[in-house]
Design a protein around this ligand. Sequence first.
Ligand SMILES: [Zn+2]
Length: 87
Amino acid sequence: MFPINLLDLIDPKKCYALVRQLRWGGIVTCPKCGSNHVVKRGFDEVQSDRQRYQCKHCHARFDDLSGTIFALTSSAFGSMDYSFVTS
Ligand SMILES: [Zn+2]
């Protein structure tokens, strides 16, 4: 059986677009206070397709993966890929 690198199969840009669609559904909400008064704050330095945001209500900063199981690692989708290859 050949190890399969998911990153070779899935375009990270499309993957994050899907995450945004599934998570936010068009309305980004602050995971800390629940406000939808949120502004975009550029992209992650390492994962250039990972959108960052800042809440205008409580000033909390978060990104597409904050508050999800993928936020526990610095290489979110890389970790998922690693688990798949080694299991
Ligand atoms: Zn907030």
